[in-house]
Design a protein around this ligand. Structure first.
Ligand SMILES: [Zn+2]
Ligand SMILES: [Zn+2]
Length: 285
């Protein structure tokens, strides 16, 4: 489609935004959820329409993945395995309906749980899948040993475990990028912070995996994206992407937070990838 047609479709806010930031428009968001995770609202079509109005060329849903847990365990913040087919068929229909206006991708946000990972990959491949992003919300395997990562802590061992598991996940080669890499809000020694998060950034650099500046963190004023983390990432030459982490249709293309993320990129001399390449999802690792 011609770009003039596309700009006719963009909202006033998006046009104003483009005028003030002609250099780096937001063209791609690969981080968005659906109601199936039990903590997001809106229809998928509303997300897609907002993405188009915001000026995105590529838009990916990456809802919290189903997991092949034992049947007696109920994981409340993700879709159930039996909802996967509806998720994919809905997105395939929207891809077709809006094919001339936006490139719609089908993905998942996935924790790396070593015990379940290969079974999970088989589960995801039951239906078409374009990419997965790593969002390490829990340590270990969630079941039977769940520990939430996004806490404030001064415990060096906790950060160490978070970084080690994040790196193990990246090393599978399955993930397109690492979402909110700074989810663990470490408030202890600055030396430990640099040592451990430096290890994570080094791992991402070696594997060529971009780190996400998470716009939900900016919108909701969470501890992430963490200044010290991205300062270090800039010093180490890391590549970054920006993810809206939309849990509501109006956040499918969150230009207000995007602008703040761009300022961060500028301030810390980060290498920004406006449209990261998608890594194919392997059948097993
Ligand atoms: Zn979520
Ligand atoms: Zn997310």
């Amino acid at each position: 489609m011609r770009s003039s047609e596309n700009s006719a479709e963009m909202s006033e806010q998006a046009k104003q935004y483009l005028n003030s930031n002609p250099a780096i428009p937001m063209v791609c968001n690969l981080h968005a959820h659906t109601y199936r995770c039990n903590h997001a609202t809106g229809t998928e079509e509303e997300y897609v329409q907002n993405a188009i109005q915001g000026g995105l060329k590529t838009f990916g849903f990456s809802d919290h993945t189903p997991m092949p847990f034992p049947a007696d365990y109920y994981s409340t913040f993700r879709m159930h395995p039996e909802q996967q087919e509806g998720y994919v068929t809905t997105l395939l229909a929207l891809r077709e309906k809006y094919r001339d206006r936006i490139d719609l991708k089908i993905g998942y946000e996935v924790e790396y749980y070593p015990r379940y990972f290969n079974r999970l990959l088989r589960m995801l491949h039951r239906f078409p899948v374009d990419y997965i992003i790593q969002g390490q919300h829990m340590l270990y395997n969630e079941y039977p040993d769940a520990v939430y990562c996004g806490i404030s802590t001064k415990d060096p061992d906790f950060l160490h475990t978070f970084v080690s598991q994040s790196c193990e996940g990246m090393q599978t080669g399955a993930f397109t990028y690492l979402a909110h890499p700074d989810l663990c809000d470490f408030r202890g020694s600055a030396v430990v912070f640099e040592e451990e998060y430096g290890r994570l950034i080094e791992c991402a650099n070696q594997l060529g995996i971009p780190l996400e500046i998470n716009l939900l963190g900016i919108r909701a004023k969470r501890p992430y994206p963490h200044e010290a983390f991205f300062r270090l990432a800039g010093q180490m030459g890391a590549e970054v992407v920006i993810g809206c982490d939309a849990h509501a249709a109006e956040d499918a293309c969150d230009l207000t937070s995007y602008r703040k993320a761009l300022q961060m990129i500028d301030r810390f001399h980060l290498k920004y990838l406006p449209k990261p390449g998608l890594r194919p999802v392997p059948e097993s690792v």
